[in-house]
Write a protein that binds this ligand. Structure first.
Ligand SMILES: Cc1cc2nc3c(=O)[nH]c(=O)nc-3n(C[C@H](O)[C@H](O)[C@H](O)COP(=O)(O)O)c2cc1C
Length: 289
């Protein structure tokens, strides 16, 4: 997929963006399948639909297979000291920085054994620490999967949950049954459905509207908010989690300041923060020093 050549409208919006008034939306496209097959074909359609609605969109593409990211070793350096201490930082940092760059993520994976591919799961394992310290609050995602017959729901649920847990504000998804080994061609109905969800996704990206999170995201978030004070700098098991959560603003809010909350969600956050604070006193997570 080549980046759009610069037409007059693109140049115009880029100039304006320097002034801070108009800004080209950036989309990161990640192929979490080990080849360009049925699922990638759907992504190509989705990208063309996004281009239709967002004429000045910029794209960056990653074939995850080409990154050769080794398996997560479970060293827990990312949790305790920071992502820069990951033995695979050189590779995982590339994706992290690309996510920082993007406004929208178009992610795909074939459904393998009723879940995402091991390839994509491995990337998510490297980002698991972000479930302790969510970060990508302003980002939106579109996840696409294809399946031979059954199990796509499992892949969607898994990726939707993971992206929201690391902060993503909204995750759109599209799944399709192909009944095919790499000879799938989306019919008109599928193209129509995919066009609809791609349009919704890119309009949401362009409007930059921040949505209230699902309440189930507030539970782990606020348990960490309560617990992580026991890992603040100077404590016996100090960690980067402790630094993140003892930030004054973060400590006093039930979710990130960029995201609106319903009143009941603030109350819910407060309750789970209290539970975390109480339970965390008796249950310190240790590590080998
Ligand atoms: C390792 C492997 C696991 C698969 N697991 C499932 C599955 O759990 N359920 C299913 O219906 N199809 C399964 N399939 C079929 C693929 O999901 C289906 O053919 C898909 O459209 C292929 O997409 P791709 O060409 O992008 O890889 C599997 C295929 C492979 C190679």
């Amino acid at each position: 997929m080549e980046e759009d050549s610069l037409d007059l409208q693109n140049i115009y919006t880029m100039i304006l963006s320097k002034e801070g008034s108009i800004y080209s939306m950036r989309y990161l496209v990640i192929n979490g399948s080990p080849h360009k097959g049925n699922t990638w074909r759907l992504v190509e359609y989705a990208v063309s639909y996004v281009r239709e609605h967002d004429k000045s969109a910029e794209f960056k593409e990653f074939q995850l297979m080409d990154l050769n990211l080794p398996f997560c070793t479970g060293c827990s350096n990312c949790f305790r000291k920071g992502m820069e201490f990951c033995p695979h930082y050189e590779k995982v940092g590339i994706i992290y920085n690309a996510l920082e760059w993007a406004d929208g993520l178009i992610l795909c994976s074939t459904t393998f054994n009723v879940r995402e591919t091991a390839l994509l799961k491995n990337l998510i394992d490297h980002f698991c620490y972000l479930m302790h310290r969510p970060h990508f609050f302003t980002k939106k995602a579109l996840f696409i999967t294809s399946v031979g017959g059954v199990g796509a729901k499992g892949a969607v649920k898994s990726i939707d949950g993971s992206l929201r847990a690391i902060g993503f504000n909204r995750c759109y998804s599209y799944k399709v049954r192909t009944v095919s080994w790499n000879a799938y061609n989306p019919n008109e109905k599928v193209q129509r459905q995919l066009s609809k969800v791609s349009e919704k996704f890119c309009k949401d990206v362009m409007e930059k509207k921040m949505h209230c999170p699902k309440s189930n995201i507030l539970i782990p978030y606020n348990l960490f908010r309560g617990m992580c004070r026991y890992y603040a700098p100077g404590t016996e098991y100090e960690s980067t989690d402790g630094v993140y959560w003892t930030d004054k603003e973060r400590m006093t809010r039930a979710y990130d300041k960029a995201v609106p909350l319903h009143l009941y969600q603030r109350v819910l956050g407060g309750i789970f923060c209290f539970i975390g604070k109480t339970a965390g006193k008796k249950m310190i997570v240790t590590y080998k020093k």
